[in-house]
Structures are given as structure tokens and as C-alpha cells.
Design a protein around this ligand. Structure first.
Ligand code: UGA
Length: 429
């Protein structure tokens, strides 16, 4: 098939590349010439394991074409995916202006029969707005059907999440479009959830909010474990062993971040409010998340007292491992709070130093973990990079001024760290 993706963020770029790799001809529309030129040379704007090679392979095979133009990409396509951003407005809603603007341009360039599917995370009811715009803008004699196909890939494991998802959700109301979309997704072996538009749209928010809820629950249990002298990791292992609960997304830490959970939890609270349902459960999920970030700072204050001129080494800045993404990373709030208290921050992250430097000022960025901890009064681990699991702690002990460590991701064994002479503080143990 010939397909087009409008948008080359995580979702657009990864899904487009995977569909090209399945043998389809795939256009990807962007709006910045420099980015499009780079993409056509196989240079991608994000760090995602394996993606650069896969993009290059499919660009070289001429199956993956990046373009600024809606023509001939849209007119040639059997299926067009809208995969642009839905940032948060000041009131917490999802900003749909980009989605709706793109829908109009797609509509104007349609030819023959096309299925247009939204992959962007959009509130229930958006389908009606997109459908109306497509119908109003399409040239006479063209036919368009609409579908809602939310995306569930994670950064850091985006390719395998796309080729091997837990489910494919398709919101659709027409057999012809349904058959075409099922055919397009045939190489992906996953249970198919066929449903109406509103349900598909809500499945996405309800899934992300539930995962965020699990994380806040784990963080609340961690907090309680610290007061009770329990080991939160064991508690949560015991809880997660119950198949009805499951052991995934129960790792306590500095709180969830990234471009999805914070935005989507906020949007679902706002959607609920608009529908006269105060979703106070999710408000508490947010509160606990903010508290989890502040708790790391509270531990630093408790350990060092006055933070003025204390040197704190930060290991890990990205919102999670295997990405260079700093969007809503806990490190931003935590470092800002520490700096407000007068602490001097040095930091190292294997991939996100450039993205971090754009949002975090006054930080002394170092070339490796050992440089970041040199002369530190305290070290705080904020991202669970594998290379931090294998650090040489006898070397670190020699480099630090005082051997205080807050392990924000529970990477290390508390007993061993204490035996090595560290004042070790984990999350929930
Ligand atoms: C999330 C969802 O997992 C994807 O299914 C979804 O497609 C995506 O949002 C989206 O809506 O586009 P992502 O934001 O890439 O994916 O990252 P996650 O792996 O879900 O992690 C989110 C945050 O939760 C990170 O800050 C991570 O450190 C934190 N987390 C995760 C925890 O603190 N504890 C856990 O046990 C798991």
C-alpha cells in the first residue's frame, strides 16, 4: 500500500518506518526543511535504539520518503495517518489546533478513496471534528473514511512495541475502511480491538492514566515503607506477583515524566471535568507524582542541612533510560529546587546532555559519571541507565567529598552500599 504519516515525532517516525519496513511505500510529511533533508539522509532528530539504521535502510530502499508537500503524498495514499502533537493548553486540555489544521490540508489533497486515521492522542469526540473538516475540504468526487488508531509505543523500546504490541485498537464505523486497515496491520500479530471512535479515543487516555496510577501507587507505598521500615521493592514484588495486579509499572522512583503521562493524566482530568465528573482519583495521582519529585529534595535537605554551596552530582537527566528526551523529566524540577536552595549541580547523562542543556541552566555538565561525582557532598541517581548499574563504587568513594547517595531508581543493593561505606538512601527502602 501507499501510506502517508503527517508528523515525524516519536509516533509518526517510528510507525512510518516500521510500515515501510513491511514493504509499503510510506511518505512522511513534516514542516521544517532542515529536518526533512536530514531525515532523507537517514539523520533522525531523536535518539531511539535501532531507529536510525531502520530509517536509513528504508530510505535507501526508496520505500520511506520524507517531504514538506501534501501532494502527491496524500493523493497517492490509500491510508493517511495524523501523528502530530497534542500539547497541553493552559487549562490542561489537549490542544487540537495542529490536528485540525493538518486535517484540512489532508482533505484538500485527497484523490479517489482514502482512509484517514488519527494516531495522535485526542479526546473522545475529536473524530467528529476531523471528519467534518475532511468532508468540508475534500475535492468533489473523492471519498474519505475515518478511523481512530491510538498508539501505545514507549520511547526507548519503540520499534519492538510497534512490531509486537499487546493490542491494536481501531475505532471505525465502516466495513470498507476496516478491511483496508486490517490488511495494513496484517504483519503485526496482536489481538485486535475493533470498536467505535469514542471508545478507541478513551482507551488511550484510560491506559496511560492507569499506568500513571500504578506508578503513583508504588510511590505512595514506597513512602509508607520508609516510615514503617518495610522494603518497598519486596512489598511491590509481593503485590505484583498477583496476576490480577501484574508486576509491571510498579517501580517507585522520582515520579513519572515524559511527553505522555503528565500530559494525558492532566487532559483526562480536564475531559472528566467538562463532563461533570470530578476525577479526584487522578488528581491524587498527580499530587503523589509531584510529591515524589519533592521527596528527593527533602532527602537531600535532611542529609546536608543547608544546601547553599553544597556540591550535588546528578547521574541521569532524561525522564527514563534509553532516550535523550527531557520533556517533563523529574530531573528538571528536582535540579531547579536544589538550585533554588543554593546547591551547585554537576551532572552526567549518557544521551541527554544536549537536550538537558537547553532546559537546565547553571548546571556543570560533565563527560562521565565519575567526573560528575567528583568532590560531591551528595550524589543523586535520577535515570536508570544500565551503565550506572556497573559503576566502580570504590573509585566513586575516593572521588566524593562525603559519601551520601540518594538512589532515585533503586539501582543498588542497600546492604552492599552501606557495607561499602556509603550513607545510602533508596526510594522506599
Ligand atoms: C508511555 C506509555 O508507556 C506508552 O504505552 C504510550 O504509548 C506513551 O506513553 C504515549 O502515550 O505516547 P513513555 O512515555 O515512552 O510511554 O514511557 P514509559 O516507559 O511509560 O515511562 C513513563 C514514565 O514513567 C517515565 O518517567 C518512567 O521513568 C516512569 N516509570 C515507569 C516509573 O517511574 N515507574 C515504573 O514502574 C514505570
Amino acid at each position: 500500500m501507499t501510506i502517508t504519516f503527517v508528523g515525524h515525532g516519536y509516533v509518526g517516525l517510528v510507525t512510518a518506518t516500521v510500515f515501510a519496513d513491511f514493504g509499503n511505500k510510506v511518505y512522511v510529511i513534516g514542516h521544517t526543511k532542515e529536518k526533512i533533508d536530514n531525515l532523507n539522509r537517514g539523520i533522525i532528530p531523536i535518539y531511539e535504539p535501532g531507529l536510525s539504521e531502520l530509517v536509513k535502510k528504508n530510505v535507501d530502499a526508496k520505500r520511506l520518503i520524507f517531504t514538506l508537500d501534501y501532494n502527491p503524498s496524500i493523493s497517492e495514499s490509500d491510508v493517511v495517518f495524523i501523528a502530530v502533537g497534542t500539547p497541553t493548553t493552559k487549562t490542561g486540555d489537549a490542544d487540537l489546533s495542529i490536528v485540525l489544521g493538518v486535517a484540512e490540508k489532508i482533505g484538500q489533497n485527497l484523490k479517489g478513496y482514502t482512509v484517514v486515521a488519527t494516531k495522535s492522542t485526542v479526546p473522545a469526540g475529536t473524530n467528529k471534528k476531523v471528519q467534518r473538516i475532511l468532508d468540508e475540504s475534500k475535492p468533489q468526487g473523492t471519498e474519505v473514511d475515518y478511523a481512530s488508531i491510538p498508539e501505545f509505543l514507549r520511547e526507548g523500546s519503540a520499534i519492538s512495541d510497534t512490531t509486537n504490541p499487546d493490542r491494536i485498537v481501531i475505532g471505525i464505523d465502516c466495513k470498507r475502511a476496516q478491511d483496508l486497515l486490517i490488511k495494513l496491520h496484517e504483519p503485526i500479530k496482536a489481538p485486535l480491538v475493533l470498536t467505535n471512535f469514542e471508545t478507541a479515543e478513551l482507551i488511550k487516555y484510560a491506559s496511560n492514566a492507569f499506568l500513571a496510577l500504578k506508578i503513583s501507587y508504588a510511590n505512595a507505598i514506597a513512602k509508607l515503607s520508609e516510615s514503617l521500615g518495610a522494603d518497598a521493592l519486596k512489598v511491590l514484588e509481593g503485590v505484583g506477583a498477583d496476576k490480577r495486579i501484574g508486576n509491571k509499572f510498579l517501580s517507585p522512583g522520582p515520579g513519572y515524566g515524559g511527553s505522555c503521562f503528565p500530559k494525558d493524566v492532566r487532559a483526562l482530568i480536564s475531559i472528566a471535568k467538562d463532563n461533570d465528573y470530578p476525577f479526584s482519583l487522578l488528581e491524587e495521582v498527580e499530587n503523589i507524582n509531584h510529591q515524589s519529585r519533592r521527596d528527593i529534595v527533602r532527602k537531600a535537605r535532611k542529609t546536608l542541612g543547608d544546601l547553599r554551596n553544597k556540591k550535588i552530582g546528578i547521574l541521569g537527566l532524561a525522564f527514563k533510560a534509553n532516550t535523550d528526551d527531557m520533556r517533563d523529566a523529574p530531573a528538571i524540577d528536582i535540579i531547579n529546587l536544589l538550585q533554588n536552595d543554593g546547591a551547585k549541580i554537576s551532572a552526567f547523562d549518557p544521551k541527554s546532555m544536549d537536550t538537558a542543556a537547553a532546559v537546565l541552566k547553571g548546571v556543570d555538565y560533565k563527560k562521565d559519571a565519575y567526573e560528575a561525582v567528583r568532590d560531591a557532598d551528595l550524589v543523586i541517581v535520577l535515570t536508570e541507565w544500565n551503565e550506572f548499574r556497573e559503576l566502580d563504587f570504590s573509585k566513586i568513594k575516593g572521588l566524593m567529598k562525603s559519601t551520601n547517595i540518594i538512589d532515585g531508581r533503586n539501582l543498588y543493593d542497600p546492604e552492599q552500599m552501606k557495607a561499602n561505606g556509603f550513607n545510602y538512601m533508596g526510594i522506599g527502602r
